[in-house]
Design a protein around this ligand. Structure first.
Ligand code: DND
Length: 229
C-alpha cells in the first residue's frame, strides 16, 4: 500500500493506493519547443502521485494546432529526448511520432493500456488543457482510461475546473504546483525576433534549436481553443 498527497478541487486529499499496481504518468504535448513549464509539471506530478515513470508523448500531428513554422515531429521528438535526458524516471515514446494521421490522445491511451496492461494511467496536463478536454476526441473514453492530473498554470484556469461536466471532472486531480509563466508561443516569438530565451528551457534544447535553425521565421503564434501553450 502506497500513499500520496494530492489536491482535488480545493480539498487536500490523501490518496491511499490499495494496490501496488504500476502507476504511469503520460505527459502529452506538442512540445514546440519543450520548456521548463512542461518539465516541472511532469516532475511535480511524479512526486505527488508517486508515479513509477513519466512517459513523454510528443504529438506527431496535433489535432488542435496548425500554424506555419511548427517544428517537425522529428525535431519535437528530438528536443523532448534532450530535455528529459537527465531524469531517470522520464522516458519518451515515439508512439505519436510514428503514427499516421492526427495524434489523438484516446488512441495513445488505448495503446498504453495494451503495452502496460497492469498499470494505472495518469495523463498529466496543465489546467488550461484540462479545461479543453470536452473538445478532445472521445473525452469520456479518455477519462475511463486514465486519471487526468491538472497542474497549476498561470492564467486563472483553476477556478473553472469545477465547470467541467461531472463525468470528466470526477477523473481530474487538480494539483497545486509552483507556477511557471512560460509558454512555447512566447519562446518561439522571442527566438523569431532575436530575443533571449535563456533559462526558459534547457540549454541542450536551445542549442538544438539554434543548430537546426528552428523558429527563426516563425511569426504565427498558433491556433488553438485558447491561444496559450
Ligand atoms: P498541447 O498542444 O496543449 O501541448 O497538447 C497537450 C496534450 O493534449 C497533447 O498530448 C495533445 O495531443 C492533447 N490533445 C489536445 C487537443 C486534442 C486532443 C489531444 C485530442 O485527442 O482530440 P503543449 O506542448 O502546448 O503543452 C503540453 C502540456 O503542458 C499541456 O497540458 C499544457 O497545459 C502544459 N503546460 C504547462 N503547464 C504548467 N505550466 C506551464 C505550462 N506550459 C504548458 N508553464
Amino acid at each position: 500500500m502506497r500513499k500520496c498527497n494530492a489536491i482535488m478541487g480545493d480539498m487536500i486529499e490523501t490518496i491511499i493506493h490499495k494496490s501496488d499496481r504500476m502507476r504511469l504518468g503520460i505527459m502529452g504535448g506538442t512540445f514546440d519547443p519543450i520548456h521548463y513549464g512542461h518539465l516541472l509539471a511532469a516532475e511535480e506530478a511524479r512526486v505527488a502521485i508517486s508515479l513509477d515513470r513519466v512517459i513523454f508523448v510528443p504529438s506527431g500531428s496535433p489535432p488542435h494546432k496548425k500554424y506555419p513554422g511548427m517544428a517537425s515531429a522529428e525535431d519535437r521528438y528530438g528536443m523532448t529526448l534532450l530535455a528529459t535526458n537527465g531524469n531517470p524516471s522520464f522516458d519518451v515514446t515515439r508512439l505519436e511520432t510514428d503514427r499516421k494521421g492526427s495524434s489523438y490522445t484516446v488512441e495513445t491511451l488505448q495503446r498504453m493500456k495494451e503495452l502496460y496492461p497492469g498499470a494505472d494511467l495518469y495523463m498529466i496536463t496543465g489546467e488550461d488543457a484540462a479545461l479543453d478536454l470536452p473538445l478532445w476526441r472521445d473525452p469520456y473514453k479518455i477519462v475511463s482510461l486514465a486519471k487526468i492530473v491538472a497542474v497549476s498554470r498561470p492564467g486563472g484556469y483553476h477556478d473553472k475546473i469545477g465547470e467541467l461536466p461531472d463525468e470528466i471532472r470526477e477523473s481530474v486531480l487538480v494539483l497545486r504546483t509552483a507556477l511557471l509563466d512560460i509558454s512555447a508561443t512566447d519562446i518561439r516569438e522571442r527566438l523569431a525576433s532575436g530575443r533571449s530565451a535563456n533559462y526558459l528551457l534547457p540549454d541542450a534544447v536551445l542549442a538544438y534549436i539554434k543548430k537546426r535553425g528552428l523558429y527563426v521565421k516563425a511569426r504565427n503564434t498558433g491556433q488553438r481553443y485558447k491561444n496559450n501553450e
